[in-house]
Design a protein around this ligand. Structure first.
Ligand SMILES: [Zn+2]
Length: 220
């Protein structure tokens, strides 16, 4: 599809209309009586549900969760995710990365690659990608809106796979309870990691991809 075609479509907002997600009508946007500015949130004229032109406070919320995600990313890799006690040996701790190295050295290449991609690459791609989208909206780096929208879709899509690590940890800990392995306990790192997965998902949800398409059709 040509860039021309992608940018020629008419948005509801440019026609001063907004969509009601509850009863599915397209309603005229309300304006402030005094200033005639568009009101971001108003009641649907038909079903009285709240209609928002764009996700409320989207940019600030997305920035908050992206920065929080970066802040939690660090302890999720510094603190151990597992505390392992084997028979007749000292207990030892494993961070995600030391686990990846151990698995790689033991010849579990595929598993170590899966864990590395899910626990390091995907969270970083999500956080850096979201930060880039936020900067792109803020500084209007929007020449390649379509690519940016693809990036957003990718971020939302890969998000669910980041939890795969937690599933692995849960399996290991369950095996331990069955007495198959030594004694394994979840460490602080696992809590930070699970929090980071949730925070990045919330950040992706907070971002409103319509901002990528808005500024060239700003009608008042
Ligand atoms: Zn409605």
């Amino acid at each position: 599809m040509l860039q021309q075609e992608r940018t020629s479509h008419v948005s509801a907002l440019s026609q001063a209309m907004a969509y009601c997600h509850r009863c599915h009508i397209v309603a005229p946007v309300e304006r402030n009586q005094a200033t005639q500015e568009r009101v971001n949130r108003f009641s649907c004229p038909r079903c009285q549900s709240s209609i928002s032109l764009r996700k409320t406070n989207s940019m600030n919320r997305a920035w908050f969760f992206v920065l929080l995600g970066f802040a939690v990313f660090i302890p999720s890799h510094v603190f151990p995710v597992m505390l392992i006690t084997e028979l007749a040996s000292q207990p030892y701790e494993k961070t995600i990365l030391s686990g990846v190295f151990t698995m790689f050295n033991d010849g579990l290449w595929v598993l170590s690659a899966v864990v590395f991609i899910a626990s390091v690459l995907i969270p970083l791609v999500k956080l850096v990608g979201l930060a880039f989208l936020l900067l792109a909206v803020r500084y209007k780096w929007l020449k390649h809106r379509y690519r940016l929208t693809q990036l957003y879709r990718f971020i939302v899509f890969v998000g669910r796979w980041a939890m795969i690590d937690i599933f692995f940890a849960a399996i290991f800990i369950s095996l331990n309870q069955l007495g198959v392995l030594g004694n394994i306990q979840a460490g602080y790192g696992a809590t930070f990691f699970a929090s980071m997965c949730i925070i990045t998902m919330v950040a992706a949800e907070a971002f409103d991809p319509r901002f990528l398409w808005d500024h060239h059709e700003e009608g008042k």
